[in-house]
Design a protein around this ligand. Structure first.
Ligand code: GLV
Length: 326
């Protein structure tokens, strides 16, 4: 029996890799860098399945190029803003993602970034390496206090709620905004507020919303103007949720105290980005889910979504289940 033909845009981790190779006639892009748009367009015609990463743009043109035989798009990420889901739905094509398994790792990273920015770890480390550290002194590298501070969580889904759980242990008061009715986990005290209240009252603001047309540019100059001058912004969601030019101004002018970003526009962030000239901006390379178990689980889930789609079964994690309705 001939195996279904799939293209996988980067080498998966085990056990995902073996699952795909056993079930499929798989072409796996071998390079550490993603395939170019031209390569992708060249490889998709005649495919039964496509497994992508968040670095690959899956739009109507790519789906059109793939042709009518394409049965499934499996994205190895929880966010699917790189996929034109509406275009896939219009073609009756299920799109898979990898929710849940990266919740804890991403919440850990949000907290790591928050603490690092609040306690000025990158600056301190630079001081040690460059010989800027001269002595212990009372006012050296003073940062923010945690106990009793207010954390504002924007987007109270799985990851936002996991951040709230961590925040309880640090004695933080927790506020959140979410367009959908959301409730904290048992034992977590968190208060729903409007966005304006969250910005005005929070010492720390952490973003956990998906990138949509509503959230694009949510953190703009007007938002920064409403924040405390001592506030810290953490972004582990998607780069475009923050207006980076406005963030640069807010940090440079000390309108807010600091920012810590796992995601930027573009990715990778060019090394001549003005943000990288700022002491109060910590940036890491989109690694919030980069723990060994999490990435292996993401690979497995992406493989399982792909294989289910190829078998004509409902994807275990499908972002457009409406494709299954008659
Ligand atoms: C990572 O950013 C993801 O969406 O999985």
């Amino acid at each position: 029996m001939t195996k279904p033909k799939v293209f996988v845009t980067r080498r998966l981790l085990e056990p995902g890799l073996s699952l795909v190779q056993e079930f499929c006639d798989a072409e796996i892009w071998p390079d550490p860098l993603p395939p170019s748009r031209e390569e992708l367009l060249r490889r998709v015609p005649g495919l039964d399945g496509l497994l992508t990463l968040l670095t690959d743009r899956v739009d109507a043109a790519l789906l059109e190029a793939a042709g009518p035989g394409l049965k499934v798009v499996s994205n190895c990420a929880v966010g699917v803003d790189n996929v034109d889901v509406a275009a896939a739905t219009a073609r009756g094509l299920p799109v898979g993602n990898t929710p849940g398994v990266l919740t804890e790792a991403t919440a850990d990273m949000a907290f790591a970034l928050l603490m690092a920015a609040a306690r000025r770890l990158p600056e301190g480390e630079r001081e040690v390496r460059t010989g800027g550290w001269k002595t212990w002194s009372l006012d050296y590298l003073l940062g923010a206090d945690f106990a009793g501070a207010t954390l504002g969580i924007v987007g109270f889904g799985r990851i936002g709620r996991a951040v709230a759980r961590r925040a309880m242990g640090f004695g933080l008061r927790i506020l959140f905004t979410d367009p959908a009715p959301a409730s904290p986990e048992p034992g977590v005290e968190a208060t729903p507020v409007d966005f304006d209240t969250l910005l005005r009252q929070s010492d720390f603001v952490s973003l956990h919303c998906p990138l949509t047309e509503t959230t694009r540019g949510l953190m703009n100059a007007a938002a920064f103007a409403r924040m405390k001058t001592t506030a810290i912004l953490v972004n582990t969601s998607r780069g475009p949720v923050v207006d980076q030019a406005a963030l640069y101004e807010a940090l440079k002018s000390h309108r807010i105290f600091a920012a810590a970003l796992d995601v930027t526009v573009p990715e990778p962030l060019p090394t001549d980005s003005p943000l990288l000239t700022l002491e109060n901006c910590l940036i890491v390379p989109h690694i919030a889910s980069a723990s060994r178990r999490t990435r292996s689980e993401m690979s497995r889930m992406a493989a399982e979504n792909l294989i289910a789609g190829l078998k004509g079964e409902m994807l275990p994690n499908c972002v457009n289940p409406e494709v299954y309705k008659e």
